[in-house]
Design a protein around this ligand. Sequence first.
Ligand code: GLU
Length: 286
Amino acid sequence: MLTMTTRFAPSPSGRLHLGHAYSALFAYEQAMQAGGRFLLRIEDIDITRCKREFEDGIKEDLAWLGLTWEEPVLRQSDHFARYEAFLHSLEEAGLTYPCFCTRREIQAEVDNAPRAPHGPDGALYPGICKHRPKAEADDLIAQGTPHAIRLHMDKAAKLAGPLTFTDRALGQIAVDPESCGDVVLARKDVPTSYHMAVTIDDALQHVTLVTRGEDLLHATHVHRVLQALFGLPEPVYHHHPLLTDETGKRFAKRDKAPTLQALRESGQSPDDVRALIQLHRPKSLV
Ligand code: GLU
């Protein structure tokens, strides 16, 4: 029997705000209540936006809040070779294809097809590169054309068969692979993607309970498919509602939500921050 293990997995592209603090405390408390393990994982695959100073800031803020985590802390940018090996196994199985599209080309295609299928993050990839002859794709790659690698979701879903996942708040959910379409597995600039790295690391770090905001619920459908393809274990999930401000808007970096650093510097204590979190908890919050 594996020890109950949770993790907080921030991307160090800025300082933590109240929403992050809630998410981190949520994961930490689940582990502590069960006498389990709590991990901090730095999800820094976006090498252009992630910064070492933010990583240090995250640790400073979490320690100030009173959290402790197991060392060493996994930094995803140290493990690109691991993700590439997993990706390679999918390529070998014919479950991927290279995608040369720019954002603009994808948008133009979607604009031309108003009934293009949409997922929670907007329009799904419209499949421009899906049926490109292999010789042509090989030529483009040989010429050094930047390309991402996408999952051929129909093939993957067929191979994986019907899947479900268990969310502690929402119950058992049937996986709907089509809802996310042909997601990116390796970006043009980075040899992995969020979906790949998070799925692999949760399994390799023996995370048994994945807690995260409900804004990522749709991603779990992709992660279950990848787990099935890789033969990785299935954790339990708990997607929690997001903290919102007085106007009902979720705390987010782009809205300049107050950072923990700013709250601390203005004289607030960790207990004040916990009280603020209580104040902003949506009624449905468990
Ligand atoms: N790194 C992701 C984020 O900061 C969280 C990933 C997860 O919890 O699965 O939004």
